[in-house]
Design a protein around this ligand. Structure first.
Ligand code: SAH
Length: 204
């Protein structure tokens, strides 16, 4: 499937969060950003025929995209309403994704995945670098990780240090535009553009 076709399919079939919860930092990854990441991962041979975990899956855009590109997907998410939406999309698209309803930090897992995809909470109004708690926790169960982070210049610098401290080798990074839809009451603009940093990494 071509990148553009994937983007269109995701934008038509993946749901918004029905009731976005700020403490869980629920932001849907735009279809273009998801398709760019997945297309790249596919080119690196990290998707087709691979065991892929979509961690903090939300309504499932990364996992659904990976399944469309031929991965065997497990999706993990703490919020039941988001999971319902993910399941709706899977039914509609006739996709078979193994969905796990759990908090990542209490997940009893004994599986290993080829590839992990994750857009974790960044810790915007909470703990700085909260995303790195998620990355560190999940990095033991996968070989290759694709993670999405705040792409501000200062964060780019800190992340390269934090990844190294946590024993993760950064293999590739790129920046992408992340138009943020007005999803919470204090979002003044209808569409505000942020930059995100996508990191491909593995345990050093
Ligand atoms: N992956 C989706 C959602 C990103 S938003 C996408 O790219 O569109 C971050 C997601 O992390 C939300 O769905 C939120 O509910 C989930 N989340 C937050 N804390 C979590 C935790 N401790 N365990 C599992 N999921 C969590």
């Amino acid at each position: 499937m071509k990148r553009k076709e994937l983007e269109i399919t995701l934008s038509r079939n993946v749901h918004q969060f029905p009731e976005p919860k700020i403490d869980l930092e629920q932001y849907l990854t735009p279809a273009r950003v998801a398709a760019n990441l997945l297309h790249r991962a596919h080119q690196y041979n990290d998707i087709e025929g691979k065991k892929v975990l979509d961690s903090c899956a939300g309504t499932g855009i990364l996992g659904i995209g990976a399944a469309l590109l031929g991965a065997q997907v497990t999706a993990l998410e703490v919020d039941e309403l988001a999971i319902n939406k993910l399941n709706e999309s899977c039914e509609l698209m006739d996709l078979d994704i193994n969905v796990i309803h759990t908090d990542l930090f209490s997940w009893q897992n004994c599986d290993i995945f080829d590839t992990i995809l994750m857009n974790p909470p960044f810790g915007i109004n909470q703990k700085k670098h909260r995303d790195m708690d998620f990355v560190q926790h999940i990095s033991d169960v996968g070989n290759i990780l694709y993670t999405i982070h705040d792409g501000s210049l200062s964060n780019q610098k800190s992340l390269s240090k934090i990844y190294a401290q946590k024993g993760l080798e950064i293999l590739e990074t790129y920046l992408d535009d992340f138009p943020l839809q007005q999803s919470y009451p204090w979002h003044v603009y209808q569409n505000k553009r942020y930059q995100v940093l996508v990191i491909r990494s593995r345990k050093a």
